[in-house]
Design a protein around this ligand. Structure first.
Ligand SMILES: [Zn+2]
Length: 211
């Protein structure tokens, strides 16, 4: 499916993200992919049931994340001594190792837990009522914009990769085993990844701002 350039006369305008060509697009059926006729960049790719899938995946990820914060993330054993650490303990110990304890702990907690949770909560707030067949809530537009803009700052998956690298180094010095919270965080990363594949931001904007 290809778009044909038209004069910008209505509010249903879409600019090509690559070549800035403007298109007036009244509606695109679910499952269709709308491309720029000039540079073939993808303009819109609405999916059937995307809003429902995004809200349910985000709800699952947020519930797992909140539930797993207090549970043990790792067990460490060295010479008969053993210790357990939760996600918050792990964040704090990252900061201790780096020598900048308090400010770095706050920053790490924000990037790994707080901002990802805010993104998920924002999506649920803005899109949840649509699943129930109601209008978007009052602050849906700014909240959805914030959730989209926070994406580069939500680094749960980066943290999990960091933990994996650290464990490879520690494995020679101590016996390491994973607590329940480690596996729930893996599940959170997978659910968030699945949710992101359902997000076509421009299509969601059209759904949210539909009169
Ligand atoms: Zn283009």
């Amino acid at each position: 499916m290809q778009a044909v350039p038209e004069k910008p006369t209505t509010e249903e305008l879409i600019a090509c993200p690559q070549c800035d060509a403007l298109y007036r697009v009244p509606s695109v059926p679910d499952g269709a992919r709308l491309r720029c006729s000039r540079c073939h960049a993808l303009l819109l790719a609405p999916r059937a049931g995307a809003v429902e899938a995004i809200v349910s995946l985000a709800s699952g990820a947020l519930a797992l994340m909140v539930a797993s914060i207090a549970f043990p993330f790792l067990h460490l054993g060295v010479a008969g001594l053993s210790a357990e650490a939760s996600v918050i303990d792990t964040i704090r110990s990252y900061a201790v190792v780096s020598g900048l304890m308090a400010p770095l702990s706050v920053l790490l907690a924000a990037l790994i837990v707080v901002l990802p949770a805010m993104r998920l909560g924002g999506l649920i707030y803005a899109l949840g009522p649509l699943v129930a067949g109601r209008d978007p809530p009052r602050f849906a537009t700014p909240v959805f914009r914030l959730a989209m803009n926070l994406r580069p700052w939500a680094m749960t998956e980066v943290f999990m990769i960091g933990v994996a690298v650290a464990l490879v180094k520690i494995a020679a010095l101590a016996t390491v085993s994973f607590g329940p919270s480690f596996w729930t965080f893996i599940a959170v990363v997978l659910l968030v990844g699945a949710k992101d594949t359902m997000v076509c931001e421009k299509s969601l904007w059209r759904v949210l701002t539909r009169p």
